[in-house]
Design a protein around this ligand. Structure first.
Ligand code: ADP
Ligand code: MG
Length: 697
């Protein structure tokens, strides 16, 4: 058994391996590519490929794959072996720089949202040297971007990298204005806290809804739910503990900094948080983490559910995206500094985020929109679908003082003026415990809490980075021309606060009164995916995203189409699964119990013809009504699905689903759930909520 330090990164072609296996010249050249984005020449690529292959083969790998993140939301891979025939009839293991740099998977079945109708049919993958290659099973996985031949992004990595570049460019302009010439690059970092459910595999297999859709579509509440709040941070049960230990080992081998684990609010719900990393790496690692979580669960006779709302009536699962911006010299630009000048710079970056989140609320909202996450946002357990920022009292008071030329902190009677010595040092540990805010400042980072547990974090971060890049660009454009930097800076911060304070809210985000207040403030509220997604193509959004080269207009159109299509397909599969379960399992199950009841009634009548059999007759009547209702509601749901055929286009179809199909699903479920509460356990055809939520010990 190796120690954690030996284990950590043992399956990764990381800096340690590169240093040990590459000639110094090759290593330095590759490092420059990784750190500064310089081009890689073929000679270097060939040397890297050979070292990578030798290392991988030594570790037992036989294949390699370009590992990428198509718009399906999960990762994709196509394995090729290293073998190449040798003249003597045997094989040698080969891998070239060309194969490392570029791959050409037959990509025709990945969603392209029409991009490939206008461009080439095939796509290609391109090596992302900033994310280390790793071994999974017997395969060397090379993180890659995935594009069409026209250069249009067909994946989530490409726009994420472009957004990081956009932010880097604009942030550097600002930093230079503050007189810093040493910083070479600015990067965003993310620590995603991942929630999940663990349930028993045998029970899972008996539920078609879980198997087909990842969530329960039926299920009466179990007598006990999360009301005792005894699960949150509770003692971890042995089977879960064994799972977590195994999971940590597997993640550590892959160089993933799995750090914190605990039970969450709902029964059977848990969380894993890694130590934060550069956004690109954090994204790759989060995708891998989700995959490994599911694989390791299978080894323990468990299933890891990553759906946002696997169970009605208990909390769903989210993913908190802790985000910060830092320089390559190690300065966190969202951390209040030691000197007034640093603090002025901090306030400017803070304002850039405030302005970005207000101007592009819609982009942030839609970056987390899926059919699954629609069940969570606004359901009094997750932030509402309205975006707002929590800053905490301290920082709010400081901004208020700046806006109104008021003294901050009564006793000091200091006017808030930036860049001069009167700016107070604010406390670092301004940690937020307001868990109801969608976008909370937590001392030295922002925590974006609207992400669903199954979302790729790439989507939220590309929008966030791009929007902040836009604020910084506007600031830099003005400040570079300013005659008096300090006055201009002060004015701009003041103006941002005045113009964008409507997005600031420190109160309870779960409160209905807040939604009304938010509407009054003119904040957007898009409860569902069909409500928000079309806004991706709003003029202001297209303008900003194309200006920073994060997307082309064609890419945006294709993405909007794909996301809506994905929404529609998800709900249609759910609806079909419901009809299938109701007709083939629930109705026959309930009818079995009804037959037994009828038999009991007949038997009782036979022994005493005068007996009323009130209880059995009443129950039988009720169940008979419910089965009739269920059958009718199945037909109604099928009718709604049929009607979708008349919809023209992705927007119309998704809207019809939102308006008709979902409510018919709710109706059918209500009748089935009521029948469940009345039917004898042995007749119920699949495991109940109680079984699913409380059986893992
Ligand atoms: P909690 O939210 O449970 O109180 P923390 O807020 O301390 O826990 O950390 C949650 C996540 O935030 C972790 O993944 C952590 O690595 C990450 N994190 C901490 N500092 C930063 C930072 N400067 N930038 C990005 N993520 C960070
Ligand atoms: Mg946190």
């Amino acid at each position: 058994m190796s120690t954690v330090t030996e284990l950590f990164g043992s399956k990764v072609f990381d800096d340690r391996v590169m240093k040990a296996t590459l000639p110094a010249k090759v290593y330095n050249s590759l490092r420059k590519t990784i750190d500064e984005g310089t081009d890689l020449d073929v000679g270097v690529a060939n040397a890297v490929a050979i070292a990578m292959k030798d290392w991988a083969v030594q570790q037992g790998a036989t294949h390699y794959t370009h590992w990428f993140q198509p718009l399906t939301g999960i990762t994709a891979e196509k394995h090729d072996s290293f073998i190449s025939p040798s003249p003597d009839g045997g094989v040698i293991m080969e891998f070239s720089g060309k194969e490392l740099i570029k791959g050409e998977p037959d990509a025709s079945s990945f969603p392209s949202g029409g991009l490939r109708a206008t461009f080439e049919a095939r796509g290609y993958t391109a090596w992302d040297p900033t994310s280390y290659a790793f071994i999974k099973g017997k395969t060397l996985c090379i993180p890659t971007a995935f594009c069409s031949y026209g250069g249009e992004a067909l994946d989530k990595k490409t726009p994420l990298l472009r957004s990081m570049e956009a932010l880097n460019k604009q942030a550097l302009r600002i930093i230079r204005l503050f007189g810093n010439d040493t910083v070479k690059c600015v990067k965003t970092s993310v620590g995603p806290e991942q929630e999940y459910f663990l349930i028993d595999r045998e029970m899972y297999c008996k539920r078609k809804d879980l198997v087909y859709t990842g969530r329960t579509l039926f299920g009466a509440k179990s007598p006990k739910g999360q009301e005792m709040e005894d699960h949150y941070f509770g003692v971890i049960k042995p089977r879960v503990e064994a799972y977590m230990a195994d999971l940590n080992q597997e993640l550590w081998k892959l160089g993933i900094l799995a750090k914190t684990e605990h039970n969450e609010v709902a029964p059977a719900q848990h969380e894993l948080a890694p130590i934060y990393a550069s956004t690109n790496i954090a994204t790759d690692h989060n995708q891998l983490t989700m995959e490994v979580m599911q694989k390791v669960a299978a080894r323990h006779g468990l299933v890891c559910l990553l759906h946002e709302k696997p169970f009605e009536g208990v909390n769903g699962s989210g993913k908190h995206n802790n985000w910060s911006i830092a320089t390559d010299t190690g300065v966190n630009l969202l951390s209040p500094g030691e000197t007034p000048y640093e603090n002025a710079q901090f306030l400017l970056f803070l304002c850039a985020v405030i302005k970005a989140v207000d101007d592009y609320q819609d982009l942030l909202r839609l970056s987390v929109a899926t059919a699954g996450n629609d069940h969570r946002l606004g359901a009094n357990e997750a932030p509402p679908a309205v975006v707002s920022i929590f800053l905490g009292d301290e920082l709010t008071a400081i901004l208020d003082a700046i806006e109104n030329d008021k003294p901050y902190n009564g006793s000091e009677k200091t006017l808030m003026k930036l860049g001069v010595s009167v700016l107070p040092k604010f406390p670092r540990d301004n940690t937020d415990r307001n868990r109801t805010s969608p976008f909370a400042f937590t001392g030295n980072k922002f925590e974006f809490r609207m992400l669903g547990s199954s979302n790729s974090i790439a989507c939220a971060n590309m929008m966030l980075n791009a929007a902040v890049a836009e604020s910084l660009k506007i600031y830099a454009d003005r400040l570079e021309k300013a005659e008096d930097f300090e006055t201009a800076l002060h004015q701009m911060i003041k103006k941002t606060i005045k113009d964008h304070k409507r997005i600031l809210f420190n109160g309870n985000g779960y409160d209905d009164a807040w939604i009304q207040e938010a509407t009054r403030r003119g904040l957007s509220n898009y409860p569902t995916t069909p409500d928000c997604m079309p806004h991706l193509l709003d003029e202001k959004n297209v303008k900003m995203l194309t200006a920073h080269k994060v997307f082309t207009e064609a890419e945006l159109k294709s993405r909007c189409e794909i996301m809506l299509d994905n929404y529609s397909k998800t709900v249609i599969i759910e609806a079909n699964t419901m009809v299938d379960m109701a007709r083939k399992e629930i109705l026959p199950g309930v009818e079995g119990y009804m037959a037994e009841l009828a038999g009991t009634i007949a038997a009782k009548k036979a022994v005493s013809s005068g007996m009323a059999c009130g209880y059995e007759t009443g129950l039988l009547t009720k169940l008979s009504q419910l089965t009739d209702v269920m059958a009718l509601r199945c037909e109604a749901l099928e009718g709604a699905l049929q009607d979708l055929k008349r919809c023209q286009g992705a927007v119309a179809e998704s809207a019809a689903i939102r308006d008709t199909v979902l409510s018919k699903m709710t109706d059918l479920r209500a009748a089935a759930d009521e029948a469940e509460t009345l039917t004898a356990g042995k007749y119920w055809p699949f495991p109940t909520y109680g079984d699913l939520l409380f059986s893992v010990r």
